[in-house]
Design a protein around this ligand. Structure first.
Ligand SMILES: Nc1ncnc2c1ncn2[C@@H]1O[C@H](COP(=O)(O)OS(=O)(=O)O)[C@@H](OP(=O)(O)O)[C@H]1O
Ligand SMILES: Nc1ncnc2c1ncn2[C@@H]1O[C@H](COP(=O)(O)OP(=O)(O)O)[C@@H](O)[C@H]1O
Length: 207
């Protein structure tokens, strides 16, 4: 019997069919591709492009997008530090379940605090947490501003906006970094191919 958090007298129940059985059926390894970066850096674009590339190669994926999850599972959370931490914790736990199901789970959230991302990494066994840093300058993200949020943040109409008056802590030892080359951002397809190559080279696209 264990006590976990506020749950007392609980017991883990094992099923005879496990992750490796599901992976054999699916012909892939369950993992979490965690995309972090500023608002407007292209996280959702990369998540969708990667999901598309993998799907058409016969791989099953699922995208957990920060904005979308805040419409449901995380609708009770604000953008203050402790709520962002709870947001990342919940998504980390959900992503872990998808990976255990054998699915390539693509999580795209600002996830601005290193400690919260590292806690998600620690949930996954065998380095199945692949951190992708969208290393784009704030200037570019702000120029894109597809939702007009930077403008609102600059005029003080949104408080605590990441990159403006709330911190973003870049990964130090992430697996993949998406950067500008010769002053240009790689296309969505090129970004997806960079992640896809990593997955191929590290054996995730076979059971
Ligand atoms: N204060 C503040 N700071 C940052 N972002 C804000 C804020 N308020 C609203 N938004 C919008 O919420 C989207 C980010 O949600 P996330 O769940 O990814 O954020 S976090 O990981 O909890 O920091 C983010 O979406 P993306 O632009 O896709 O990153 C914004 O559209
Ligand atoms: N590689 C790219 N090249 C050019 N524009 C991009 C690229 N990735 C994203 N964009 C554009 O930048 C804006 C923000 O992208 P989005 O994926 O919504 O970012 P995030 O999810 O990080 O907020 C969108 O208008 C999108 O079309």
């Amino acid at each position: 019997m264990s006590n976990i958090g506020k749950s007392t007298n609980i017991l883990w129940h094992n099923c005879p069919i496990g992750q490796s059985d599901r992976q054999k059926l699916l012909g892939q390894k369950g993992c979490v591709v965690w995309i972090t970066g500023l608002s407007g850096s292209g996280k959702s674009t990369l998540a969708c492009a990667l999901s598309h590339e993998l799907h058409y190669r016969g791989h099953i994926t699922y995208v957990l997008d920060g904005d979308n999850l805040r419409h449901g599972l995380n609708r009770d959370l604000s953008f203050k530090a402790e709520d962002r931490a709870e947001n990342i914790r919940r998504v980390g736990e959900v992503a872990k379940l998808f990976a255990d199901a054998g699915i390539i789970c693509i999580a795209s959230l600002i996830s601005p605090y290193r400690r919260d991302r590292d806690a998600c990494r620690a949930l996954l066994p065998d380095s199945n947490f692949i951190e992708v840093f969208m290393d784009l300058p704030l200037k570019i993200c702000e120029a894109r501003d597809p939702k007009g949020l930077y403008k609102l943040a600059r005029t003080g109409k949104i408080k605590g906006f990441t990159g403006i008056d709330d911190p973003y802590e870049p990964p130090v030892n992430g697996e993949i970094v998406i950067t500008m080359k010769d002053g240009e951002c790689p296309s969505p397809k090129a970004m997806a191919k960079q992640v896809l190559s990593y997955l191929e080279e590290n054996g995730y696209l076979q059971a």
